[in-house]
Design a protein around this ligand. Structure first.
Ligand code: GSH
Length: 204
């Protein structure tokens, strides 16, 4: 298998954490992609987005939620709790919804970073405000939710950790730790997992 990724991508980091956690490293060749995508990579993923996973039979899998669930199944992991009746089902939908929240947080941070790269004269304050509102509301919810995060992490906690890691990389002086201390404490503990340490983005 080949994983196309970038060391900074919060979406690819989710897959890299699962590969590390489940000991799949020897089965996955990691291949760094330079963005924007060239024609060669668009033949893998026409959307030109990373991560993408190419299986041994040549078929491609994307985007990150699909790749992560594939890897979890392959490695017999438990990052995607099984769907079932009643209580079990809560676990699965909670994990998937938390993953959607983490991925959405990453989307908002990426979009805001892109807007800050636009020359000031044509930068949209509306876009910046819109994304900042999404980021702050998500942080506030996560700060309350950490009390109920399960001891055994799911894809949801992995997505949240990856998204915040990306914010820390791009906006190191954001100061969110002071505003959301419970979330900061949870992230500090979670970041001690070897899989999280091993996939930390290199300094910008
Ligand atoms: N929903 C996708 C998002 C992937 C994504 O946006 N990746 C970024 C890199 S962090 C990318 O490839 N951007 C290139 C582009 O949009 O052209 C996922 O979860 O995999």
């Amino acid at each position: 298998m080949r994983l196309y990724y970038s060391p900074n991508s919060p979406y690819a980091r989710k897959a890299r954490i699962i590969i590390h956690e489940l000991g799949l490293g020897s089965r996955v060749e990691a291949c760094i992609v330079k963005l924007p995508a060239d024609a060669e990579f668009r033949a893998v993923n026409p959307l030109g987005k990373i991560p993408a996973l190419v299986l041994d039979d040549g078929s491609a899998i994307f985007d990150s939620p699909v790749i992560c669930e594939y890897l979890d199944t392959l490695g017999q992991g438990k990052f995607f709790p099984r769907g079932g009746m009643f209580k079990e089902a809560e676990g699965r939908w909670r994990a998937l919804t938390l993953q959607a929240l983490g991925d959405g947080l990453a989307d908002a941070v990426v979009r805001r970073v892109q807007e800050y790269r636009v020359p000031e004269s044509s930068r949209s304050q509306t876009v910046i405000e819109h994304q900042t509102n999404a980021i702050e509301a998500t942080f506030a919810l996560l700060d309350r939710a950490t009390a109920k995060f399960p001891a055994e992490p799911t894809i949801g906690e992995i997505a949240v950790c990856s998204a915040i890691g990306y914010l820390d990389l791009r906006v190191p002086n954001d100061g969110w730790r002071g505003r959301y201390p419970k979330l900061a404490r949870w992230l500090d503990g979670f970041s001690r997992r070897p899989s999280v340490e091993a996939t930390k983005p290199p300094p910008a």
